[in-house]
Design a protein around this ligand. Structure first.
Ligand SMILES: Nc1ncnc2c1ncn2[C@@H]1O[C@H](COP(=O)(O)OP(=O)(O)OP(=O)(O)O)[C@@H](O)[C@H]1O
Ligand SMILES: [Mg+2]
Length: 339
């Protein structure tokens, strides 16, 4: 069995917020009771629409945001030490790569300095020659020419900037990268190059990835396991092939349908995501689910195990899995998305 390098348990984040003209206090639950493991050298893909809680989950795992409750362990050790601070050894093991290389790279620093800054500030390497040597190796690793070291971010293309961000992230030899929408700001043709680079680096250095994307095709290309989030909760989670080929939650099916180029595959989704300040009763997805039944409005389904390691929070998961023409699930089971 693969060693769980990252272990997340019942992670929840509530934000106190002030709403409306009267300044009423309320609680916004951004992430609710999220649990998953990532095996060493594996990729866990977190997918869901805007506002579903993906970045909040990532920030808690990086220790950038305190969790309201729940725990994170990296390499078997609690992320937070007894003093309530992020364990410094674990902090060094993880690095984020963010969506927008235009804003995440300092415009006044040349690329060489951007890349060696974490090595200098964390005193991981000293001496100008050693630093220049390491920058040169890192530029090679991410497929940038050596003269890029003297250039500034505004002289580079979006894809090149993301390569710089990746070089900076791997400079301190981390074991775990949190990739939050790493290719969303890039042209589609460049996206594949960056994703392939990330895959190559992963296999070369046995890196573990948490990959966040609203794009199912990105998550599908990269991940070993997938968690589908909606309004801060997992709707479905499990091995990639189970979640994508034998989906047992209507929300996963709708995301697949939206990503499909096959016109006949379209499943309808209506309305906007409800406000996380007043989430629907019962199943959080029921207000937009084309197959919603009475029970869905009243009772929140728990994540229940399917036969092959996947968990689904749908009252009708068994019927969907069985392809049984039970009630309205017949359409789901036999429809275009039942492939
Ligand atoms: N500091 C904060 N205070 C209050 N609410 C917050 C805060 N940060 C995030 N939220 C809310 O938490 C919810 C989840 O936000 P989050 O950024 O995690 O979503 P996301 O899935 O990353 O979305 P996107 O795809 O747009 O990046 C949203 O409703 C957001 O408005
Ligand atoms: Mg986000």
């Amino acid at each position: 069995m693969t060693h769980a390098f990252v272990s997340v348990r019942e992670l929840t984040k509530e934000y106190p917020v002030v709403t409306g003209f009267l300044g009423k206090k309320a609680t916004l639950t951004a992430v609710s009771d999220i649990s998953f493991d990532i095996g060493e050298g594996k990729t866990f893909g977190l997918v869901g629409e805007s506002g579903s809680g993906k970045t909040t989950t990532a920030r808690m795992i990086l220790g950038a945001e305190p969790a309201t409750s729940g725990s994170v362990k990296i390499d078997g050790k609690p992320l937070m030490n007894e003093k309530g601070r992020v364990d410094p050894v674990l902090r060094r093991m993880m690095q984020p790569v963010l969506q927008d290389p235009y804003t995440s790279l300092s415009p006044r620093m040349c690329v060489g300095h951007i890349i060696d800054e974490p090595l200098r500030t964390q005193k991981l390497l000293s001496g100008e020659r050693a630093l220049a040597q390491r920058v040169s190796e890192l530029l090679d690793m991410v497929g940038l020419p050596q003269d890029a070291a003297r250039r500034y971010p505004n002289e580079l293309s979006g894809g090149q900037r993301q390569r710089v961000a990746i070089a900076r992230a791997i400079a301190p030899k981390p074991r775990f990268l949190v990739l939050d929408e790493p290719v969303s700001a890039l042209d589609v043709s460049i996206q594949a190059q960056i994703l392939n680079l990330l895959k190559d680096l992963q296999s070369e250095f046995k890196l573990t990835y948490l990959l966040i994307s609203h794009d199912l095709s990105v998550v599908s290309f990269m991940s070993d396991a997938i968690g589908v989030m909606y309004l801060g909760r997992f709707m479905e989670i499990g091995p990639k092939d189970e979640v994508l080929r034998r989906s047992s939650h209507p929300y996963t099916m709708i995301l697949k349908s939206a990503a499909s180029t096959d016109e006949g595959a379209a499943l309808p989704i209506s309305g906007e995501i409800p406000s996380p300040l007043s989430p629907p009763s019962g199943c959080p997805f029921h207000t937009r689910c084309p197959f919603s039944q009475q029970i869905c409005a009243t009772t929140q389904p728990e994540l229940e195990a399917g036969p092959a390691g996947q968990f689904s929070a749908c009252h009708f998961a068994k019927d969907i899995r069985a392809g049984k023409p039970a009630g309205t699930c017949a359409t789901l089971a036999t429809g275009a998305m039942g492939r």
